[in-house]
Every structure is written in structure tokens, then in C-alpha cells.
Design a protein around this ligand. Structure first.
Ligand code: AMP
Length: 181
């Protein structure tokens, strides 16, 4: 299993930009567009993830709308696996299964295609997104993987806002490349 060196972690962390008060006052938004536009940092991250997951017995990578699509599809390609999008409500064209989750005010909903993981019985799926905050989005996505008959082997995040305790109560192991206190 691959572990990141302190230097590699710093390369990745330094490439992510903090935007204060976006999308609203009091939020520090972790902007990964600057990671994507820094080839050495992006490659350091993707090489770490492909090293880590090549020994897992995975069938698919599922990425969460929208930044999870970027990391998930590149990782799927590097590992020779299929990629499956978990999308916000109303975006997927075929028959879907949906899962609601709570936000600070109100709720949101994510969907997956009912046949997303093909014919194999209980395929192994890695779930990926850029960031876990409260964990509501990723837990809903993991429930969807379960609902369509697949096995969420692990949930992977580039960043974790550990003080929000999003990993608590997750029904799969959680891995974050960078955990922020
Ligand atoms: P949550 O459901 O609270 O874990 O929120 C996770 C989702 O919201 C992920 O798709 C993140 O991309 C996004 N998100 C939440 N907080 C932040 C933040 N501080 N910076 C960037 N993205 C965030």
C-alpha cells in the first residue's frame, strides 16, 4: 500500500487554494481548480491514488457530481476500470435510484443509473469525491451503491474537514489523502 511522503502531501496541499466566504459568509471553500492546473501536484495525487488502489479488488470507481468525476474518471482509466457517475437529481437520462440527504437548510438528492454496475453479482466499488465535510453527500452516494446491489469497498476523498466528523457513521471505510483539523 502506498503512503504519501510529507513532501508529496505538501505539494498537493500547497496547490489547493482557500477561498474565504464562498459560497457564503463564514465558509472557507477548498478550491481544487488550482490543483488541476498544477501538473506536478495533480500527477503526484493521481499516482498516489493509483498506487493505493491497484491492490484492491475493484470493479468500478463511482465519482460524486461534479469534482468527483475528475478524480474518479482519471483513476478509473489508470486502473483499467469502469467509471460511474453519481449525479445531482434530474441529470441522468436512464432509470435511476435516488437518495435524499439533509443540508443545513432543507435537503438535496443524488441519483445513480439502476444498471450502473452491470451484471456481476455484488461488484466492488470505490467511491470518490474531492472533499468530505459533514459527510451527508457521500453517505447518500454510498447508500445508492448499496441500493443497486454493489459493495462500497471504501470512500476516498482528497480532503477531509475532520472537525465536522463526516466519517462518523459511514457504512464503509473512509480514506482521505489530506485531513484538516
Ligand atoms: P458534505 O455533504 O457536507 O460532506 O459536503 C461535501 C460536498 O460539498 C462535496 O461534494 C464538496 O465538494 C462540497 N463541499 C463542502 N464543503 C466544502 C468546502 N469547504 N470546500 C469545497 N467544497 C466543499
Amino acid at each position: 500500500m502506498s503512503t504519501l511522503t510529507v513532501e508529496d502531501k505538501k505539494i498537493i496541499l500547497d496547490s489547493i487554494r482557500d477561498i474565504h466566504d464562498f459560497p457564503k459568509h463564514g465558509i472557507v471553500f477548498k478550491d481544487i481548480t488550482t490543483l488541476l492546473s498544477t501538473p506536478h501536484a495533480f500527477d503526484t495525487l493521481m499516482t498516489h491514488l493509483s498506487d493505493r488502489y491497484q491492490s484492491y479488488d475493484l470493479d468500478y470507481i463511482a465519482g460524486i457530481d461534479a469534482r468527483g468525476f475528475i478524480f474518479g474518471s482519471i483513476l478509473a482509466d489508470r486502473l483499467g476500470l469502469g467509471f460511474v457517475p453519481v449525479r445531482k437529481k434530474g441529470k441522468l437520462p436512464y432509470t435511476t435510484v435516488a437518495e435524499k440527504y439533509s443540508l443545513e437548510y432543507g435537503f438535496d438528492e443524488v441519483e445513480i443509473h439502476i444498471d450502473a454496475f452491470g451484471e456481476k453479482e455484488k461488484p466492488n466499488v470505490l467511491l470518490i469525491d474531492d472533499l468530505i465535510a459533514t459527510g451527508g453527500t457521500a453517505k447518500a452516494a454510498a447508500n445508492l451503491i448499496d441500493k443497486v446491489g454493489a459493495n462500497c469497498v471504501e470512500a476516498c476523498f482528497i480532503m477531509e474537514l475532520a472537525f465536522l466528523k463526516g466519517r462518523e457513521g459511514f457504512n464503509a471505510p473512509v480514506y482521505s489523502v489530506i485531513s484538516l483539523d
